[in-house]
Design a protein. Sequence first.
Length: 506
Amino acid sequence: MSNPWKLWEGQVVDGKLPLLRYLGGSEHSAVFLTERHERGHSEGAAIKLFPASAEVAELQLARWKQAARLSHPHLIPLYEMGCCELRGVPLVYVVMESAEENLGQVLPSRALAPAEAKEMLESVLDALSYLHREGFVHGRLHPGNIMAGGDQLKISSDSLHRAGDPLGGSGSESPYDPPEYIRGGSSAPQTASPAGDLWSLGMTLVETLTQKLPEGPAAEKPAQVLLPSLPEPFLDIARHCLLRDPEARWNPSQIGVRLQGRMPMPVIPEERAEIQPQPPLPAPQPIVAPSRPLPPAVKRRNYVLPVAVASAALLAVILLGARLLRHHAEAPPAPAVAEEEPPAAPSPKPIAPQTKERATKPVTSAKRAEKELGPQSPAPVPALLHRESAPAEATNAVASFPAGSPARGEVLHQAPPQALQSATHSIHGTVRVRVKVNVDRSGTVEDAELESRGPSKYFAHVALEAAQGWKFRPPMIGGKGVLSTWTLRYEFTRDGINVIPTQDLP
């Protein structure tokens, strides 16, 4: 650009977006503070624009439209985009949420403390996990694209690519780019990959803690990047992010496990070593025969004799079993079974064959309960899922409840989620979280667990904490309250929070 971007302040994009103040940029792009109008009120925003031909603008607009559909608390939302012309220069622009500052503005004055670095990593990992699950790659992760707004850390979303798409951009290489993105003398197009984001994250982490990038720039090809002294677990995380082999780098999930002080499951070693040829196995030694071998006839007798004895015993058991069965069919019913029969009438009556057959089969209390409940009344099982259930209940869950159909429980009190207003205002779309709660016989939640955490660790924690404060009227069976299990579906939106309770058991 022949004119500095600063001189563009005061221009209006598309007749509605004024360039109020130049916030920063490069020779290829610029970011200004602007103001957008929506629903009868105006709010501050940031607008990024850069020169582009019609072909490049069309491709970039398609990418921004895809990225605008994403919604995550740690991702800067995109509001609108389009093409315009200022001072005879064709431009493409995108309007996004404005941030108070970015990490690149903080690092020149001070490094982050370990606690601050951990908080930064948790937010970035949360956003990267979401992007990678949705099939996107950030592509330009560095301190300038990690932003703070209120009490939230967010990463930019204007540079997103679909995984596997050719990398666009200005053509300039960044020190945060992974080795596989460096074109060098190759003319092959470079493609975006999730592993590339992890390299950029490793470079950013080192700079965050030391205010300097690690030695050994990406353009060189040392065996490994030289890392400064860092406290754990940051040194281990940086070491596994800055591996030359993209497939060997840790993914966001593994980094999150290490950040919590635990070791992730190993996948691939740091650097693939050459496979050393294994020495040939020694020739098998001949098996020395015993000095006094047994004669073949004796060996056969050792196997044949047990087989013959076993066959004779099996035949005797079969014959004895047949005799016992005949004797059992002729014998009268056992006293224990006779207790199930009504008292005999004074004058004997012939016993019908059906009655005789039924009397010879013992009927357990569990089977009696099944007959009372009927085929349409399944055995209540929530008692097997709760801590207060006794081991004896697991052996006969049907018999532990009186006969009758269980009534539905009711919600008596909903504990509202305590979400920060700044966090809910960052939502674009709906953040859904499902929590499973086990409720005791008095209707109190005894434990809760996440069934689906959704895209945000923050809102998942808020929902889980709120679910433990709910109160229920328990289902009634035989006039008594029984254990139950519920699913609470939380829907967080910018306008409010909706919770849908569903009784799962009984």
